[in-house]
Design a binder for this molecule. Structure first.
Ligand SMILES: Nc1ncnc2c1ncn2[C@@H]1O[C@H](COP(=O)(O)OP(=O)(O)O)[C@@H](O)[C@H]1O
Ligand SMILES: N[C@@H](CC(=O)OP(=O)(O)O)C(=O)O
Length: 452
């Protein structure tokens, strides 16, 4: 049995829905279909999830939301009209959307999560109706009825262990496909929580694990995962096969094509993942498998990812290396402000802490720097707002002593300053901290060194 997830680009229009219908009806094993919200139809278009965020903000700010509701519904109507469905489905979707304003939410975060989740919820209801209208028997299952229990933050949920106990008991129909909305689950008290952005991939992965799928097919709009972002490097090489841990590192550092947390349920369930193209389903795509299945990593490196979402705190203090409790005091400050950090490379008298910028606001940064100055009394402190991380990843790195040297060479030859470099923490990757404005050029140069 296969779980198949379709991204927003695959479900953005009626024409895209047709391709999806052909893909699922082509293979009996494609049993569980996970939907995203309708994505961009063309460059410059807006994803339905972003329209829903606008809708939620309008409700929070108590301003008129009539137009935004119209715009959201028009996205679903366009698809419904393509298949000439009668008006009852669109009426149902509109009622669900409007009813959101009549629901009581604990606070604005809960409201935001519920509004956002409706992108995938309504698309799943619509796809289920379209499939049945086309004579393909299918049933819609709500994450609540499947027992998808989550915890953590309403807009950044974690999967609770009960989810897998519940999925073990879930009976799938013998004679019908199942349509399942991605991106959200329910807390113990019945509130909707979404995963982080791109989180429909997580739903596909957790269902693959919980339902013991043989394969998790993740359909998107590119023929494969490429060795570098195709918006940065022209015609990058496709990756045919990679390990789970290579995917984890690459998606963490910017390969948005597969959400970075989504690999974890696949690893735990040992379900292989195949990233494929809805617009060209006969292309092999990229297969992501346990590392022991990659007997001979042929390439020195597999991929180069880059993420510009970071900020860094640089601290210099003489004799930092001898001071007992320095890092402890720093961590206590992070704890006080409920901040997690991403990396903390250190030297004798220096320490850089790298943060995910999206998790911090200006006031928190101000408080953080103030406390660090007051409590730790550094000789020098700098907040670097525009920090990028490049991750050069490959199971082959451990077998090639030259990799690090070649990377440094390719950057220094092109006058690109390296702020931080770290090899060893993970045996399969080299992490490079760099100024954001240098990031794209750095990716191009490293790519040229290893692939051209
Ligand atoms: N290394 C990469 N390989 C393939 N695609 C990539 C890579 N890096 C970034 N992308 C981008 O990811 C996009 C697909 O991801 P996403 O927008 O999440 O798709 P979906 O709408 O299917 O969920 C592609 O269109 C591509 O431009
Ligand atoms: N629709 C959600 C979740 C998601 O996974 O979307 P996509 O499959 O289009 O990346 C988002 O935009 O974040």
């Amino acid at each position: 049995m296969k779980v198949v997830k379709f991204g927003g680009s695959s479900l953005a229009t009626g024409e895209q829905f047709e391709k999806v219908i052909n893909i699922v009806s082509d293979d009996f094993e494609r049993k569980v279909i996970v939907t995203s919200a309708p994505g961009k139809r063309f460059t410059g278009d807006t994803k339905v999830t972003d329209l829903l965020i606008e809708y939620a903000n309008a409700v929070i700010e108590n301003v008129d939301s009539t137009n935004i509701v119209k715009e959201i519904i028009s996205r679903y109507r366009e698809i419904s009209d393509h298949f000439k469905l009668d008006g009852s489905v669109i009426k149902l979707l509109k009622d669900k959307l409007v009813n959101l304003t009549k629901t009581n939410f604990v606070d604005e975060k809960y409201l935001m999560a519920a509004f956002k989740a409706h992108g995938e919820l309504l698309n799943a209801i619509l796809l289920n109706s379209v499939l049945n209208a086309q004579g393909i028997k299918s049933v819609f299952i709500d994450p609540k009825d499947a027992g998808i229990i989550v915890h953590g933050q309403p807009n950044d949920a974690d999967i609770s262990p009960e989810t897998y106990l519940n999925l073990d008991k879930l009976q799938l129909p013998n004679d019908a496909k199942v349509v399942f909305p991605g991106f959200f689950g329910y807390s113990q008290d019945g509130s909707i929580y979404t995963f982080s952005r791109g989180g429909s991939d997580i739903t596909g992965a957790l269902l693959s694990r919980g339902l013991h799928a043989d394969l998790y097919e993740n359909f998107t709009d590119v023929d494969a995962i490429y060795a570098a972002n195709n918006h940065v490097v022209k015609h990058p090489q496709a990756i045919k096969k990679m390990s789970y841990r290579e995917m984890r590192e690459l998606s963490y550092a910017g390969f948005s094509v597969f959400q970075d947390e989504a690999i974890i349920p696949a690893v735990k369930g040992q379900v292989p993942v195949n990233v494929k193209n809805t617009n060209n389903p006969s292309a092999e795509g990229t297969l992501i498998v346990p590392e022991q299945f990659l007997f001979n990593p042929s390439n020195q490196i597999t991929g180069i990812a880059c993420s510009k979402r970071f900020s860094a705190l640089y601290i210099h203090r003489y004799l930092l290396n001898k001071e007992v409790g320095f890092t402890l005091k720093l961590l206590q400050i992070f704890y006080k402000y409920n901040i997690s950090y991403e990396h903390m490379p250190s030297g004798i008298d220096d320490l850089t802490v790298i943060f995910d910028r999206s998790k911090l606001d200006k006031t928190t940064i101000k408080h953080l720097c103030h406390d660090v100055k007051e409590i730790l009394q550094p000789d020098y402190l700098e907040w670097i707002d525009d920090y990028a991380i490049i991750m050069v990843v490959g199971e082959g790195i451990a077998h090639n002593v030259n990799t690090l040297g070649e990377i440094i060479d390719s950057l220094t030859k092109n006058n690109i300053a390296i702020h931080m470099i770290n090899q060893g923490a993970s045996r399969i990757s080299i992490m490079i901290g760099i100024q954001e404005s240098d990031a794209d050029e750095a990716v191009k140069q490293i790519y040229k060194t290893f692939f051209n």
